[in-house]
Ligand binder design. Structure first.
Ligand code: PEP
Length: 248
């Protein structure tokens, strides 16, 4: 049985003071969650939030990282630094990173390998744009992104990574994939994992849905057999909304 995992991607929101208020409100609301609960604040809020979640059931991740340990990469943060800060997870290859910061399947793969080598659990995002969906290439695209991201890992390592299927047209738009659609594409992603790493790894890897998931649609989405959790953007910025998704 795969344990569901719900993660909040705060994106470029919240000052440390705002992050403090949000996490303090969230902690009691999710304390009895049956799923794994993760929050991903901006780098500048990681230390504040990490201290406040000590002793709770909430885990923490960053929203991105570089693949090198250190060096002349102005503005970047390394896996070693995230580990030193006590991070558990790191989101990699979010569509906003791919779209606005020129991330490619190759850089996402380098980051995935680096994360796993440092015992950080990557939440690897894959998903098609509206044009790609309308052109009928969704299956090919998510298969390619998934296989490229995981290349070089062992089957044993793949079991512990998290993949997030996030159709780009559903992110921050209020449009959600139907639960049947999301389930089908996640099944395609799982099959791609099976082709490269075998049935055991494919059966263990957790695959989330992300894209305008909220208190109103979480129960239905989480009821689908292939959907192992959610990556939540907008609805993770309000403690009550996020807690409703977590307690779906
Ligand atoms: C996201 O950014 O990963 C996301 C799913 O955002 P939203 O929930 O706002 O669509």
């Amino acid at each position: 049985m795969r344990k569901p995992i719900i993660a909040g991607n705060w994106k470029m929101n919240n000052t440390p003071a705002e992050a403090k208020a949000l996490i303090e409100e969230l902690i009691p609301l999710v304390k009895d969650a049956k799923c794994d609960v993760v929050v991903c604040p901006t780098y500048v809020c990681l230390e504040t939030v990490k201290k406040l979640i000590a002793g709770t059931n909430i885990k923490i991740g960053a929203q991105n990282m570089h693949w090198e340990e250190k060096g002349a990469f102005t503005g970047e943060i390394s896996p070693k630094m995230l580990v030193a800060m006590g991070m558990d997870y790191v989101i990699l290859g979010h569509s906003e990173r791919r779209q606005y910061f020129a991330e490619t399947d190759e850089t996402v793969n380098k980051k995935t390998l680096a994360a796993v080598a440092h015992n950080l659990i990557p939440i690897i995002c894959v998903g098609e744009t509206l044009e790609q969906r309308e052109a009928g290439v969704t299956a090919d695209l998510v298969r390619t992104q998934t296989k490229a991201a995981l290349k070089g890992l062992t089957a044993e390592q793949v079991k512990d990574v998290v993949i997030a299927y996030e159709p780009v047209w559903a992110i921050g738009t209020g449009r959600t994939a139907t639960s049947a659609d999301a389930n089908e594409v996640i099944g395609i992603i799982r099959k791609a994992v099976e082709e490269d790493f075998g049935g055991e790894a494919a059966g263990a890897v957790r695959i989330q849905y992300g894209g305008s998931m909220n208190p109103g649609n979480a129960t239905e989405l989480m009821g689908m057999p292939e959907i192992d959790g959610g990556l939540i953007g907008g609805a993770s910025l309000k403690a009550v909304d996020f807690s409703k998704v977590v307690n779906y």
